[in-house]
Unconditional design. Structure first.
Length: 220
């Protein structure tokens, strides 16, 4: 199995944040939103927090399909968050999406949420338990959780094949970010061990695409 190579925690240089915000993540973001809609079906609307919300695309997509939910997007990168602010304003969703500049684990909002979600944050964190402990701290009773991230392939050759399959025409800066992220990602067995260590129960791990894992459910 290929060893994990961590990448820097923040990706907040102005040009890196802009390249990320302009990239087309519509396919994985739609997948994330569709799976969350299935998860919340038959649940009362409430308040949701998106950890490491980046440029805010998932918050905006969710706000549009879940009109009764209120959303908080939290991110530690000031440049990323300012891109999110512009996107939320352009979408005219400022009244339903609050954006918070804060860094896990030390700057968590002091309230509990009905849903905690996160996409592609875990592989950036130097210490993965920071995410799982933040989920536990922020979760109200019966909280819904949905966390998705890349899955580390077995070999560098498989990494290159995935980059070619999904980012053939992307700018080199994004192809590089994607390659580094696949090297920094965790495997399903590593995720299972992390959530067992964190004592999080009620969550199911799956592979919703050739390059992602997804953890979903209602916290027990
Ligand atoms: C790869 S981006 C993912 C953005 C977004 N969730 C998406 O799906 O497009 C990872 C984000 O996590 C943020 N981040 C990294 N470490 C963080 C921390 N300790 N606390 C909060 N945000 C963090 C970065 O600033 C960056 O915006």
């Amino acid at each position: 199995m290929m060893k994990r190579t961590p990448e820097p925690e923040l990706m907040d240089a102005p040009e890196q944040a802009r390249a990320y915000a302009e990239a087309d993540f519509s396919e994985p973001n739609r997948l994330f939103v569709n799976l969350f809609r299935e998860l919340v079906e038959n649940t009362e609307a409430g308040q949701l927090i998106d950890l490491g919300c980046g440029p805010g695309d998932i918050c905006i997509r969710l706000a549009r399909v879940l009109p009764d939910w209120r959303l908080v997007g939290l991110d530690a990168g000031p440049n990323m968050l300012s891109l999110a602010q512009t996107a939320v304003k352009n979408a005219e969703l400022q009244s339903r999406i609050d954006l918070v500049l804060a860094r896990l684990p030390d700057e968590l909002p002091g309230k509990r949420f009905d849903a905690v979600i996160s996409n592609s944050l875990l592989h950036h964190l130097p210490e993965p338990m920071v995410l799982w402990e933040s989920v536990r701290t922020l979760a109200g009773p019966g909280c819904l959780v949905q966390v998705m991230d890349l899955h580390r392939p077995d070999t560098p050759k498989e990494v290159d094949a995935i980059v070619d399959a999904h980012a053939a025409d992307a700018p080199e800066v994004l192809r590089n970010d994607f390659r580094n992220s696949l090297h920094a990602a965790y495997t399903c067995s590593e995720i299972q061990a992390q959530i067992d260590d964190a004592g999080l129960s009620g969550l199911t791990l799956s592979r919703p695409s050739d390059r992602h894992w997804m953890l979903q459910g209602k916290l027990g």
